[in-house]
Design a binder for this molecule. Structure first.
Ligand SMILES: O=C1O[C@H](COP(=O)(O)O)[C@@H](O)[C@H](O)[C@H]1O
Length: 253
């Protein structure tokens, strides 16, 4: 791993623009070296923050972006629980990202077939790689320490071979989902968690400071050679005792 950076912001109002600049800087870096930017998106609270902040950038060119989903709920795209559906209305339709640059699940399939279909799409998009290497994965973390749709004590945490796995007993509704596995998450060039609000404070402390091994899924995110950022606000960071970086506007992420 390139080293973990825990960066604390006074509030989401300061975190949001910094997140958008981090996305832009990794996009520029990727496009100049590989001709495209591969980005994995998470759902939940990230959707509205990321969409708002990216659209606030003066120049957002997504023509060379390839967007996938770190996890997705198996519901139709017009269901308010659909992560793709939310990004479509909040972000995609307001940018120049081509339809061919968005890798969606086929929500009409049964969950196991849906995971296989999404695996096939990722393999086509990342030819020659055992595990797709995304330029940037944006992750959230639930108050139980889950990330993607990888939940505490679930057998899927131990998956070492597959790229995408189905889950039909998600403790957080909706129950049927597909998710990237840890080998994919930990292969990324950059992984960035975004965690805000006081409800995340106890679990954030366990994940970042816990001494009892990686009990929480989010604590298992340790990129093999990529960067790892935790962008958190003061409320989420309230219980931390480790050394953190306090964000200042000139700081480089
Ligand atoms: O269900 C999910 O939850 C996590 C965390 O969401 P948050 O609202 O607590 O930030 C999210 O990262 C994941 O993509 C989503 O499916």
């Amino acid at each position: 791993m390139a080293g973990r950076r825990v960066v604390v912001f006074p509030s989401s109002a300061e975190l949001g623009p910094a997140l958008a600049h981090l996305v832009l800087s990794r996009a520029e870096r990727a496009i100049s070296s590989r001709g495209r930017f591969s980005l994995g998106l998470s759902g939940g609270s990230l959707v509205s923050m990321l969409s708002k902040e990216l659209l606030a950038l003066p120049e957002l060119d997504c023509s060379k972006w390839l967007v996938g989903f770190c996890d997705e709920r198996l519901v139709s795209f017009d269901d308010p629980e659909s992560t793709y559906g939310l990004y479509k209305s909040h972000l995609f339709t307001k940018t120049n990202i081509p339809d061919s640059g968005i890798l969606t699940i086929d929500s009409s399939l049964p969950v196991s077939e849906c995971a296989e279909d999404y695996t096939r799409k990722l393999k086509e998009a990342f030819p020659g790689e055992d595990f797709p290497v995304f330029d940037l994965l944006l992750l959230g973390m639930g108050p139980d320490g889950h990330t993607c749709s990888l939940f505490p004590n679930h057998p899927l945490l131990e998956e070492t071979k597959r790229i995408v796995v189905p889950i039909s007993d998600s403790p957080k509704p909706p129950p049927q989902r597909v998710t990237l596995t840890f080998p994919v998450v930990n292969s990324a060039r950059c992984v960035t968690f975004v965690s805000t609000g006081g409800s995340k404070a106890p679990v954030l402390k366990e994940v970042l400071e816990g001494r009892e091994g990686p009990a929480f899924p989010a604590a298992r995110v340790v990129p093999t050679s990529g960067e790892l950022f935790w962008l958190v606000d003061d409320s989420a960071a309230a219980s931390l005792t480790i050394q953190v970086e306090r964000f200042s506007s000139g700081a480089k992420l």
